[in-house]
Write a protein that binds this ligand. Structure first.
Ligand code: NAI
Ligand code: OAA
Length: 308
């Protein structure tokens, strides 16, 4: 199993590290355009192998896509992150060109690759990869909901004063400060709906804290987060590499599901060896349906800025 990670920055390196530590891939190639950067990150990570006990071979390259040839999975993290006060959508001007260029180079050397898009604005970047590569839709996956759901569980556990392992919950919709839809109605603590334990006001606070999870960290760090994003990507990569048939909310091209078409947005999917093997349609309340439509309108507005 060969995995390429494009972008050796904060998220790319974190993602490569978690993939290596989980020790399911034979090879990880990191590619960046900054001279020597990916080689340096790869060497540093390889020097953790004896300490962390993994056998994954990590190599780095400055822009040489021939080194990525025959990758099974490629993760795109190349592009600029936001600074405090910015939205993810503001990154489109620079990141669209990068993502388009990177995905076409990847496919030249790995025609059967499954691509996981991380660069922001992620739903629009995932749509761009669909529009420009011609890869089948099951092999283009946007990472956002897995991260947002992890943040949702963190906030739920905080409100419940419970360990995170007690808590389950999912976030669907667009990966944006306003478009996320944390499904509080379906969240549970050991199978018991969290609505049994938390007031409506407290749940509303959990929802709002979850939606601005990325912005909160960006304000604290001066750039956007990387540990949880890297861990979330590694979870998707592992589910595909190990054919786990796990369910994650991912940005996927919808074709009528949830009443939406010609848009990539977060919905629950089953991930296995064929990438997105199924889009799971869950019954939403009328209020949730309306929120999802609103979220989709936001994503479509950003998609409208693409030069296709
Ligand atoms: N979908 C999600 O949940 C998340 C998305 N992100 C996004 O991921 C992206 C990366 O974030 P960070 O790693 O923090 O940024 P970073 O600045 O640390 O790393 C980005 C790397 O991309 C490289 N790069 C730029 N153009 C390239 C090209 N054409 N080919 C190869 N490499 C290129 C840069 O040299 C840099 O090393 C941002 O757009 C950020 O908004 C970040 C966190 C979560
Ligand atoms: O907040 C950002 O810009 C990066 C990101 O998507 C996240 O951490 O959720």
């Amino acid at each position: 199993m060969k995995v390429t990670v494009v972008g050796a920055g904060a998220v790319g390196a974190s993602c490569a590290e978690y993939i290596a530590i989980k020790d399911f891939a034979s090879e990880v190639v990191i590619l960046d355009i900054k001279e020597g950067f990916a080689e340096g990150k790869a060497m540093d990570l390889m020097q953790t192998a004896s300490l962390n006990g993994f056998d994954t071979k990590i190599t780095g390259t400055t822009g040489d896509y021939s080194k990525t040839a025959d990758s099974d999975i490629a993760v795109i993290t190349s592009g600029i992150p936001r600074k405090p006060g910015m939205t993810r959508e503001e990154l489109i001007g620079i990141n669209a060109g990068i993502v388009k260029d990177v995905s076409s180079n990847l496919i030249k050397h790995s025609p059967n690759v499954t691509i996981i898009v991380v660069s922001n604005p992620m739903d629009t970047m995932t749509y761009l990869v669909h529009k420009t590569t011609g890869l089948p839709k099951n092999r283009i996956i946007g990472m956002g909901g897995a991260l947002d759901s992890a943040r949702f569980k963190y906030r739920l556990a905080e409100a419940l004063e419970a360990p995170i392992s007690d808590v389950d919950g999912m976030v669907i919709g667009g990966h944006s400060d306003t478009g996320m839809l944390p499904l509080t109605r379906l969240a549970t603590r050991n199978s018991v709906p969290v609505t049994e334990f938390l007031s409506e006001d407290r749940l509303e606070q959990v929802k709002e804290d979850t939606k601005v999870g990325g912005a909160t960290l960006t304000k604290l760090l001066g750039t956007s987060a990387w540990y949880a994003p890297g861990a979330a990507v590694s979870g998707l990569v592992q589910a595909i590499a190990c054919d786990q048939k796990k369910m994650f909310p991912c940005s996927t091209l919808l074709d009528g599901e949830y009443g939406l078409s010609d848009i990539c947005i977060g919905a629950p999917v089953i991930l296995g060896k064929d990438g997105i093997e199924k889009i799971v349609e869950i019954e939403l309340s009328d209020a949730e349906k309306a929120k999802l439509q609103e979220s989709a309108e936001g994503v479509r507005k950003t998609n409208g800025l693409l030069e296709l």
